[in-house]
Design a protein around this ligand. Sequence first.
Ligand code: ASP
Length: 354
Amino acid sequence: MNELKLSRRRFIGTTTGAALALPLARHLQASPATTSISLPLDSPIAIASGNGLEAVELAVSQMLEGNDPLDAAIAGVGLVEDDPDDISVGYGGLPNEDGEVELDAAVMHGPSHKAGAVASLRGYRHPAQIAKRVMVQTDHVLLVGEGAKRFAKAQGFQEENLLTEKSREIWLYWKQTHSKVDDWIPPPPETVADDVRSLVERITGTIHLGAINRTGDLSCTTTTSGLFFKIPGRVGDSPIIGAGLYVDNEVGSCGSTGRGEANLQNLCSFLGVELMRQGLAPVDAGLEVLRRVVSHTKEPRLLAEEGVPNFGLKFYLLNKKGEYAGVSMRGPSTFAVADSKGARLEDCACLFEG
Ligand code: ASP
């Protein structure tokens, strides 16, 4: 009796499935955001977090030379990965709680809809380049830790110590001061440089860069040393496709900096692109993503007195028409953009002041 019921159910399911197959497949196809896109654009466009002013300039000049938008984006963020003074990305990035620099990065290529990423990578300053190798030279999307490191070595990247003297000093001061119930003795206050003292506050940082060429092909990348003094092995949003970045070549791209955990819990970059697909302008899509994060933030430790999130989170959105926006949980805040008018910082639209 049971057998009969089961097989009948299976039979019905199969028939219904077959009958629905065609319309359902059509329904599930990703629809473009708009039909009124006028291509080619006047100029390639690149947008990035506020630390990416030179990066967007380089990305646009590379696209003007005909380079693929993903290669242009990776070249742009490479400047910041190389910069020892940017302590949130690449060489000179602040380390984990053991004093070891662990980097996260991802790339996403619009035309092929392929992605690559590395997480908790130690010893290589250009994780975005290695993420692209994962995309191109493997059947995978994400390599982590020791495996990512071996992959980078196999690909011929040069291993090096990424901890600069400045980052070591900041980390050591954090170790000496973050608890009263251990055996570290804090140094006399007058011997501590102001920037060392202020950076122990765990200001976050990262670079995201989104790029579109004149023919409307999009790509993006996010690269970071992640949360300062993180627990070793902690992976943030930056190397997670759909969280730290996402691109749909028919719609646009979105990427993030700020509190990665909030982004991981809401898959914000995917959401940002989906909202643009539904017709929202980049600024409205970005603000709506931030509102979603606010409504999902329930733990008192993450809320300021007014009941709004006490952390920073920003998104950088670019659509197929070349419209763009930076949005921030808290303002004032700026983001970088380059196009035919050159490279500049513009104001983010902010959900809350202060
Ligand atoms: N989103 C990065 C992370 O959580 C940090 C940041 O952007 O500041 O790893």
